[in-house]
Unconditional design. Structure first.
Lengths: 111, 113
C-alpha cells in the first residue's frame, strides 16, 4: 500500500526566510510525486511534479529515492506563498491512476 | 465552458438518506475521479471513471457509486448516509492520455446530521 506523510500541520516562517515543506512516502513501485497547493478560497491546483524537474513560483522539489522523500523548497518565502500544500503520489489501480495525498501542511508567511 | 464545476456547493442530509453530487468536467477530459476530504485530512480517492466505465476504486463501501456520461458530466451517489460521510467531496478530471494534470472542482460540502 502507498502512503504519503507530511509531518507538519503548520509551518510558520517570516517573509524572505527559506521554506522547506517535508514529504515522505512509501510505495513499492516506481512512484510519481506531486505537490498540490490550495490558496485561500481557491480550488486545489497542481504546483509541480517531480518528473518535470522545473521550478514553479520559485519552488523546487527533488525526489530522493534513498530517503523516500520529496521535500518542497523555496529559498525566500513571499507573503503570497501562504496556502495549504499537499504532497501526493500517483499509482496505477486497476488500469486507472489515483492520487494518494498527505494530510497537508499549512504554510503561513509572516511579515 | 472550461474548468470543473460541482453542484451543489453545500448540502445537508439526514442519516440514512441518499445523496447525488454532480460534476461537470473540463471539455475533452474523459477521465474523472472523485475524492473525499474529511476535515483536517488530505483528499482520499473514492473511484475513477474512464469513458463511462469505472476503472479504479479506493477503500470505500459499495454504497458509494458513480456514473459518467458522454457529455463529460458525472455523478457520485451515496446511499444510507452515515455521520462519518460528512466531508468535502472533490471531483477531478483529466485527459486520459496523461498521468497528471488533474483539474479539480471546488467541491461539495456534505453535512450528515
Amino acid at each position: 500500500a502507498q502512503r504519503v506523510t507530511q509531518p507538519e500541520k503548520l509551518l510558520s516562517v517570516f517573509k524572505g526566510a527559506p521554506v522547506e515543506l517535508k514529504c515522505n512516502y512509501s510505495y513499492s513501485g516506481s512512484p510519481e510525486l506531486f505537490w498540490y497547493v490550495q490558496y485561500s478560497r481557491q480550488r486545489l491546483q497542481l504546483l509541480l511534479r517531480h518528473i518535470s524537474r522545473e521550478s514553479i513560483k520559485g519552488f523546487t522539489a527533488d525526489l530522493n529515492k534513498g530517503e523516500t522523500s520529496f521535500h518542497l523548497k523555496k529559498p525566500f518565502a513571499q507573503e503570497e506563498d501562504s496556502a495549504m500544500y499537499y504532497c501526493a503520489l500517483t499509482s496505477v489501480t486497476g488500469g486507472g491512476n489515483k492520487l494518494t495525498f498527505g494530510t497537508g501542511t499549512q504554510l503561513k508567511v509572516e511579515l | 465552458e472550461t474548468g470543473v464545476t460541482q453542484s451543489p456547493t453545500h448540502l445537508i442530509k439526514t442519516r440514512g438518506q441518499q445523496v447525488t453530487l454532480r460534476c461537470s468536467s473540463q471539455s475533452g477530459h474523459n477521465t474523472v475521479s472523485w475524492y473525499q476530504q474529511a476535515l483536517g485530512q488530505g483528499p482520499q480517492f473514492i473511484f475513477q471513471y474512464y469513458r463511462e466505465e469505472e476503472n479504479g476504486r479506493g477503500n470505500f463501501p459499495p454504497r458509494f457509486s458513480g456514473l459518467q456520461f458522454p457529455n463529460y458530466s458525472s455523478e457520485l451517489n451515496v446511499n444510507a448516509l452515515e455521520l462519518d460521510d460528512s466531508a468535502l467531496y472533490l471531483c477531478a478530471s483529466r485527459n486520459g492520455q496523461e498521468t497528471y494534470g488533474y483539474t479539480f472542482g471546488s467541491g461539495t460540502r456534505l453535512t450528515v446530521v
